[in-house]
Write a protein of this length. Sequence first.
Length: 204
Amino acid sequence: MHLSSGMASRILGYNEEEVIELSLHQFLNERPRGYNYWLDLWDGAGDELEALDKALHLHHLAIEDATHGGHRPKVEDYGSHLFIIVNALVIESEKVKKSQASFFLGKDYVISVHKAEVNLEPVAERIRQKKPKILHSDASFLFYSLLDQVVDDYVPALEKLNERVVELEELAVNDYSKETLKKLFKFKRELYELERGMWPMEET
């Protein structure tokens, strides 16, 4: 299940006893204490981040990086929060592409910023289903759960690209045309670049 591009955010709060869901207005003005919060923002989150900056004092450089894609994976420590960028892999129309996912990790919150095509829904379902492991853990465990979800989606994406490489290799055995070889080299290069993009994530 992927997120609807007609939506802009969801905010889940949880502790050992319950799960609550808030609007951005409620979070900014009347959020209960004693909860860990996941603020999931997608498809043009600039306005939401600006509003959250006033409440959580997010670093302006991190906000800029989160709202503009194309950055390499990295971790920045801004004192009151960490800022992390990773590359998600997305299958779109039989093609595999990278899509930036950014995270702000604070003492009792995680903010995720990404396009709707990046699927973090399984983590939301675990929270809503009140899975004990996540409800009894702090915000850092929530972040690692989200990171695990991003990495899990690497497997089907890389498998799809590998399948295409194998198909082209088989075709090249019987067809030595320049067009077939160009496609084969193109897919192999994409596969190499995507796998190379995982190396900084392993360090993260």
